[in-house]
Design a binder for this molecule. Structure first.
Ligand SMILES: *Cc1c(COP(=O)(O)O)cnc(C)c1O
Length: 359
């Protein structure tokens, strides 16, 4: 999935992306240490900047992106509530499963994998849902869904958005768009180790929050108190090193500037997609909705999917992903996100493919 996992983490004489592991080596502190608590507060403040929100309830949930997804649903849906879920890939499908386990009434709006959701169709699926949910950047297909258009027409419904592969890579504007609940993950465009789920929830959603969610660990009523500075209450032991790492990564991102980071992803993605087409390869995701950070391309006829991916990994230290679900063996998914979104990686991959495919 990540373009150059080995380049990212080594081996080799030097790690070209020290930012990716910054903070992990910071000396351990206790989870009640005032210095740790102030770092946690600052991490939440930095997250607000990156999410573009003033939401007080903004924090890193302990767990990977999927924990963020589950926290989002269990705190907003009670049995019998109506939720409309837009599905055009693996992660939208997973949202339906999570919502079903909350015993909600799930209304699916499907679009073919590789194409974007139709916002109007999502909005017209039900007259008065409690919640509308969709994935901003579908990592399984490389497609961007139009969050702003759904937000504009959501009416009284709450809007929940998966930003796991969008936060830090393409524009996300929680308050500007009017998104009520959103979650992300550390290991995609933020370029940190996996293990935390940046999370935010606005006032409208807090007011309608489930009071006694089926999950104890992910109950935001309690987790919210856990990150609230001076009045902080013990809920669980914070994963100290991961929070140090996220703190450092968000600092680096804000120093680079959000716009500059989006532009870096955009220009690398464009160069990659142009280069692939020049090699005669066919881009798979719908034009106009292609993610720069996750490019999907059709495996050319007569080419051995697994053999090419193995050679890329073993000879060049580049890892690309295969297709998932019905598209296994038929497409490649090329991640170019976080610290790996650099022109040198694009050049290296295009050169490697030129050689391996004999173009
Ligand atoms: C990776 C991903 C997730 C799940 O995140 P994990 O960190 O693997 O739990 C959810 N949604 C999307 C869109 C993703 O790309």
């Amino acid at each position: 999935m990540v373009l150059t996992d080995r380049v990212l983490m080594g081996p080799g004489p030097s790690n070209p992306y020290p930012e990716a592991t910054a903070g992990l080596g910071r000396p351990m502190l206790g989870h009640l240490d005032p210095e740790f608590i102030s770092t946690l507060d600052e991490t939440c403040a930095r997250l607000r900047e990156v999410w573009k929100t003033a939401n007080p309830l903004t924090l890193p949930v302990s767990g990977t992106g999927s924990a963020g997804m589950e926290a989002a649903f269990v705190n907003t849906l009670s049995p019998g509530d109506v939720v409309v879920v837009g599905v055009n890939g693996l992660f939208g499908d997973r949202m339906c499963d999570v919502a079903r386990r909350c015993r909600a009434e799930v209304i699916r709006v499907d679009a073919p994998w590789g194409r974007a959701l139709d916002p109007q169709q999502v909005l017209e699926a039900h007259g008065a849902p409690k919640l509308i949910a969709l994935v901003h950047a579908e990592t399984s297909t490389g497609v961007r869904n139009d969050v702003a258009a759904v937000a504009e027409g959501k009416g009284d419904a709450l809007l929940l958005v998966d930003c796991v592969t969008s936060l830090g890579g393409i524009p996300v504007d929680i308050d500007g768009w009017g998104v009520d609940v959103a979650y992300s993950g550390t290991q995609k465009c933020l370029g940190v180790s996996p293990g935390l789920a940046p999370f935010t929830m606005g006032e409208r959603a807090v007011e309608r929050r489930v009071r006694d969610p089926q999950s104890w660990y992910l109950d935001l009523g309690m987790i919210g108190d856990y990150t609230s500075g001076a009045t902080r209450k013990y809920h669980h032991t914070a994963p100290i090193s991961m929070i140090f790492s996220l703190h450092a990564a968000l600092g680096a991102l804000l120093e680079e500037g959000l716009e500059a980071a989006w532009e870096r992803h955009a220009s690398c993605g464009a160069a990659l997609q142009d280069g692939l087409q020049e090699l005669g390869l066919e881009l798979w995701a719908q034009e106009g909705h292609r993610l720069p950070e996750l490019t999907t391309v059709v495996v050319p006829e007569g080419v051995d999917d697994a053999a090419v991916r193995t050679a890329l990994l073993e000879r060049y230290g580049i890892e690309i992903g295969g297709g998932v679900g019905p598209w296994a063996g038929k497409i490649w998914r090329i991640g170019c996100m976080g610290h790996t979104a650099r022109m040198r990686n694009v050049t290296l991959l295009l050169g490697a493919l030129t050689e391996l495919l004999g173009r």
